[in-house]
Design a protein around this ligand. Structure first.
Ligand SMILES: CSC[C@H]1O[C@@H](n2cnc3c(O)ncnc32)[C@H](O)[C@@H]1O
Ligand SMILES: [Zn+2]
Length: 439
């Protein structure tokens, strides 16, 4: 007699992502104790296997949960506050002054909870976050039941959260100690950017990342101005400076990486760094077009990020997949650049690999965590469907996400509100902050 599984998910198509480009017709994914235990034809599974819960998804793709490789979740509370500005004016004239007035542990908790709900409903099961008060973000992510890598953030200048670089690290490490036993929460060292962190503080960040075996999550080469300023101040481009400081390595996730010359790409490849590509944020802040086809050609691992809701303004990885594919084509004048399967890989296994989590998440393979997303392609705008991978990138949107599971737990069912947090409560939280912002 077979053991009873926890979940059986029968889907019209299963797209495991690994092996690349494979689409399994009418397959079933079996889940027990939070892990994927088998993937087999539904004709073999039906009638032979039993489970506590069975999902029949006759018009759906079942795919790995999406990995948001770069976000500032709490910035959901600043969505639409400052649009149509370039990065440095956006930060210096609008965002940093607002953050210094409003950011608190409560702000970060509430904003991160709203962001987690938005992400889960859009099929995102893991996020790599960078923001103040990581202890409050971790609490919100744990409550929402999203997998998260929480940044131990670090800046040189004082904010209401911390007084100097050492204080940021001390507080971030205390958050890590407190949340270390929570299975969905991991940590990274997150120095904000080369232009806000000193050589001395980078040395401390590196020592900690090495000692604790943590990823390093940093904005880098986002604008042309950042590079010119670094040459003036340090006599080096930012990536060359980070290389000299010993920061470049397989655990480094460089966010944006828009303005790269051949030597920068060679540095990233030689040190086996990865890149978080944020196409929508790069367009909205007019930062530029990241040379993703050249990075992929050089063997650099690339994942996709939304950035925060104040520079995107959606936490929507379906949008990022589409923008990544389209922007690569227009940037290289090559219609074959970043085909649909490459965009899907970046949004799943590429992000997992960058986080050092490819053994746990990012694809549908036996032994991995059951972080899964079902997309209903039964709608009129998705028919006919000749290639479900093409439809995921070029046709479907987050509104077509019907089900989401994290570690085998159902978080979203039939696209309706999160199962364990009421929309009415989330809307109440959003309106409290809107009032505090004076609107
Ligand atoms: C220290 S917490 C993170 C810090 O980063 C700011 N931020 C948000 N988006 C960007 C971006 O695209 N480039 C640089 N910095 C960014 C955010 O407002 C926080 O201050
Ligand atoms: Zn960012």
């Amino acid at each position: 007699m077979n053991e009873i599984a926890d979940l059986l998910i029968h889907a019209r198509w299963v797209i495991p992502v690994q092996p690349a480009g494979v689409v399994l017709d009418d397959h079933t994914v079996v889940v027990s104790k939070g892990r994927i235990t088998d993937i087999l034809p539904s004709a073999d599974a039906r009638g032979r296997l039993a489970a506590r819960k069975v999902f029949d998804l006759p018009d759906h793709v079942l795919m790995p949960g999406l990995v948001n490789l770069h976000t500032h979740a709490a910035m959901n509370l600043m969505r639409g506050l400052a649009d149509d500005l370039p990065l440095m004016r956006w930060l210096q004239e609008a965002i940093w002054p607002t953050e210094s007035r409003h950011v608190s542990a409560a702000f970060v908790h509430d904003g991160s909870l709203l962001a987690a709900a938005e992400m889960l409903r859009g099929g995102i099961t893991t996020c790599n976050d960078m923001y103040f008060h990581p202890e409050a973000a971790a609490e919100a992510f744990a409550t929402a039941g999203i997998r998260a890598v929480v940044g131990i953030v670090m800046l040189e200048f004082p904010t209401p959260y911390a007084s100097d670089a050492d204080d940021y690290l001390r507080k971030g490490l205390a958050a890590r100690d407190r949340w270390q036993r929570e299975p969905l929460i991991d940590f990274a060292i997150a120095p904000h950017a080369p232009y806000t962190v000193s050589d001395r503080s980078f040395a401390r960040a590196l020592a900690l990342a090495e000692e604790l075996e943590l990823p390093i999550h940093i904005h880098v080469h986002e604008t042309a101005g950042e590079i010119a300023d670094s040459i003036t101040t340090h006599g080096l481009r930012p990536l060359a400076r980070l290389a000299r400081l010993g920061l470049l390595g397989e655990n480094l996730i460089g966010v944006h990486a828009v303005h790269l010359d051949d030597a920068d790409i060679e540095l990233l490849a030689r040190h086996n760094c990865s890149v978080a590509h944020c196409p929508t944020s790069n367009m909205k802040l007019a930062s530029g077009i990241a040379p993703i086809p050249r990075l992929l050609e050089a063997g650099i691992r690339v994942g996709l990020g939304t950035d925060g809701a104040a520079s995107n303004n959606r936490l929507d990885l379906f949008q990022e997949m589409r923008h990544a594919a389209l922007l690569a084509k227009v940037g290289s004048l090559d219609a074959s650049a970043v085909p649909a399967h490459a965009a899907l890989h970046m949004a799943t296994l590429g992000g997992a690999d960058a986080l050092g989590m490819a053994d746990r998440i990012g694809s549908i393979e036996p032994g991995k965590a059951a972080d899964l997303c079902a997309v209903d392609l039964g709608a009129l705008h998705c028919r006919p469907c000749f290639d479900p991978i093409s439809h995921l990138v070029y046709v479907a949107g987050r509104e077509n996400v019907s089900h989401v599971w994290v570690n085998g737990e159902t978080r979203v069912d039939k696209g309706v509100q999160l199962l364990h947090i009421r929309d009415s409560e989330l809307l109440r939280i959003a309106s409290v902050w809107q009032t505090r912002f004076g609107n």
